[in-house]
Design a protein around this ligand. Structure first.
Ligand SMILES: [Zn+2]
Ligand SMILES: [Zn+2]
Length: 127
């Protein structure tokens, strides 16, 4: 649900994320949970769908077919953060590689990825 307050929080969360804050820190700033902070920086569903369709439902780097891929932010500025041009549809494995070198808010991100990895492993998606 995107209320006006939700949109304002999103903008704030993205701004803080771009400054290199972790989701936990962003959550503290905005008075929300870490999960909520993470949610706030995500692209809206229609953008996610756009990126997924552009990729033909497969990882844009290795071509692995995905039920629900990760949307990776290539970088970007505040203006284009959730712009399809700044987004890549990726499998877990390629997403990890994209983050190995450059990563603001590293600890937080790796933690959430680890949880997802465990889940993916259960479904037999090999890393
Ligand atoms: Zn891939
Ligand atoms: Zn990413």
């Amino acid at each position: 649900m995107r209320t006006q307050k939700g949109i304002d929080d999103s903008r704030k969360a993205i701004e803080l994320k771009l400054r290199g804050m972790t989701y936990a820190e962003i959550g503290q700033q905005l008075g929300v949970t870490r999960q909520r902070a993470q949610q706030l920086t995500k692209p809206p569903k229609r953008v996610y769908e756009m990126v997924r369709q552009r990729a033909g439902g497969a990882c844009e780097l290795c071509g692995f077919e995905l039920q629900s891929g990760h949307v990776h932010h290539k970088g970007g500025s505040f203006e284009n953060y959730n712009d399809p041009d700044n987004l890549q549809y990726l499998c877990l494995s390629c997403h990890v590689k994209q983050h190995e070198s450059k990563l603001p808010g590293e600890y937080d991100w790796k933690r959430s990825l680890k949880m997802r990895t465990t889940k993916a492993a259960r479904y037999g998606h090999k890393l």
